[in-house]
Design a protein around this ligand. Sequence first.
Ligand code: NIG
Ligand code: FE
Length: 425
Amino acid sequence: MKGNHLVIKNTSEVVTCSGFKGKKGKEMSDLHIIPRGAVVIKDGMIEKVGPEEEVLKNLPLEEYEVLDAKGKSLLPGFVDSHTHYIWGGYREEEYSWRLRGDDYMEIMNRGGGILSSVRKTKAARKDELYNDGMKRLDSMLSFGVTTVEGKSGYGLDFDTEIKQLEVMADTDRDHPIDVVKTYLGAHAVPKEYKGREEEMITEIIEKVLPVVVERGLAEFCDVFCEKNVFSVEDSRRLLTKAKEMGMKVKLHADEIVPLGGAELAAEVGAVSADHLLQASNEGIDQMAEKNVVATVLPGTAFSLKEKYARAREMIDRGSILSLATDLNPGSCFTESIPLIIALATLYMDMTTEEAITALTINGAAALDRAETVGSIDVGKQGDMILLEHDSYKFIPYHIGVSTVEKVIKKGKIVYDKEDQPCVIR
Ligand code: NIG
Ligand code: FE
């Protein structure tokens, strides 16, 4: 029985990113590399990792599928801890509007932006959302992503929010990538609730959250805590209630205006606070102190032509920093991990090692999954990527292009560039 039993040998290096919790500050620089390492995966879980000779000694190889890494570098699969990958329709016009100088929030306040995706997501059939979601997951897999977070928030009303979460569950069931589901019903204020945001939060708390919790539709509750969206008070009330009901919480915080979202994240014990372009030093320090992961999304700052979050300073102040794509149809339409790595290293002054930590073990920590994924450690899920090169240093060096050759999910090869040439000639 070979099942999901796999041995990976003949690597140049196993970049383990070893650890079972988020890494802070200087810890982010150590990738815990095993030169010429090997890995044994049994029933989809990592059974052994170490120098090849040690790992292969006395191993009944005939019970395993063997992958010859041909001298290439092996890493944990990437964890993309912030995406909105289920949505209907597109907003390609807005891109040109923003190029001519229209403001992102202004577009939303005149009924476009998130509210435009809400209308299109309401109108979309479940099978359409499912098919588009599966294609987006396929693309993420090609970049080496093995765990992804997905948010609702393009429904806002009860039925469409539930529809989005159900579609997410269907894609999770059918796709090799594991999906962590987040309920983001407080993502924007529909016209009919303008000036009645408090009431909208009350309705979410009384009518939607109990169903989401009861049906296990989402593990996290998120909120867009922002000027002209949901205030710190509204966000606090929602997240506190969600926690009381047993959910974990995260926030879109201090993205456009410094509202105190980072401080709120520390106060309510969020697992992560995301964006943080405008976060104050106090907020950053409070988050670090409470082990709230700081998730920065350079693709969004790039796409909106905003100043990047102060990642370098956050790491130096002791943050657990994670990087994610923020894939969505408006502020950042990209699932490209190589783009995020390029921006992090070239424009946010992060080192290659820090960027890799931020997309593996710290991404896992941002989803409260650091004990099960995000590193190559015994007892964790066998989720890995084999590069086309012999060193992880090629990841940022080949700018904007994926260096992932194979993706292994729970011990099975689920993506192989060598097997699937895209060019027909
Ligand atoms: O994370 N900031 C709020 N929400 C999303 C954008 C969603 C959209 O523009 O559709 C974000 O950037
Ligand atoms: Fe987002």
